[in-house]
Design a protein around this ligand. Structure first.
Ligand SMILES: [Zn+2]
Ligand SMILES: [Zn+2]
Length: 275
């Protein structure tokens, strides 16, 4: 049983945190300085699977552990991608798509496959046609070389030896999102408002669960703290990590108030899971 690492490369909400221009909302705590949400799954032999490709992707690939001191350390960067798991096509989860081209270069021109729901992949093709064109004509102009693999709900795919399976959830009025089961013991849920029972079933009793939690007060398309607690009471993960947090959720305040098995993410948070 080989352990993989789940690395949170960003845990902020759609506009990132903290919001500039509002001194009263600012935070000096580096743990509150959040990139848009995303994660990297790191395998025992150097495998890398990305979850989402938001607008901060270049920073997330260059400095995934959030420890950059201005020097380029190849071993600390992400320099390959064995597949990308897409949760949905909202800007904060997909608008860094063009930055994948540098990974294509580092991988000697090999294509990167994006896995997700057909409607989300179609949306990316519509927004970024130059990333999906004829490979010879496009890649050699410096554009990304990407493929799309549409998956039905609960249709798993094995990437670099890791079983990755999408399950549908509701983002409220914003529609469908895919949550991802990562092997038998880990899961990644973001931008959830409600989860159908069939999806809850697939995420119960995991060792490691990442779940979105926006803020204290309720929101039309994201779980707030009360709803998140209800979900965790049902899913009973051994270890839960909160992500996609708003500016009002300050790490130092919240870390103290959470139950022992629930943690705040920060950019660079990482935990291991068995496969
Ligand atoms: Zn989002
Ligand atoms: Zn969203």
């Amino acid at each position: 049983m080989a352990a993989w690492t789940l690395l949170i490369t960003g845990c902020g909400t759609s506009h990132g945190n903290p919001p500039w221009g509002y001194p009263q909302l600012w935070s000096e705590d580096p743990k509150d300085l959040r990139r848009r949400s995303g994660a990297a799954l790191l395998g025992p032999a150097g495998e890398v699977i990305l979850i989402d490709c938001g607008p901060d992707l270049m920073q997330q690939l260059r400095d995934p552990w959030r420890d950059w001191d201005g020097v380029s350390y190849p071993s600390r960067c992400i320099s390959r991608c064995d597949g990308l798991l897409l949760t949905h096509a909202h800007a904060d989860h997909s608008h860094g798509l063009n930055d994948l081209r540098h990974l294509n270069r580092l991988m000697d021109g090999r294509s990167i496959a994006l896995h997700g729901a057909a409607e989300h992949l179609q949306e990316l093709r519509r927004m970024f046609p130059f990333c999906f064109g004829d490979r010879e004509a496009y890649y050699h102009q410096g554009n990304p070389a990407l493929l799309t693999v549409a998956l039905e709900p609960s249709q798993g795919v094995k990437l670099a030896g890791l079983d990755c399976t999408p399950y549908p959830l509701s983002h409220g009025p914003a529609g469908l999102v895919y949550a991802w089961r990562l092997g038998p013991q880990a899961g990644y849920i973001t931008d959830a408002k409600t989860l159908p029972e069939s999806t809850r079933e697939a995420f119960r009793g995991l060792d490691l669960l990442v779940v979105n939690m926006l803020q204290e007060r309720s929101h039309v398309s994201h779980l707030n703290w009360e709803e998140c607690q209800d979900l965790l009471a049902d899913l009973q993960p051994r270890r839960a990590v909160l992500t996609h947090m708003g500016y009002s959720v300050r790490w130092a305040d919240w870390q103290q108030r959470l139950p022992a098995h629930v943690e705040m993410a920060y950019d660079g948070w990482h935990g291991s899971f068995d496969v």
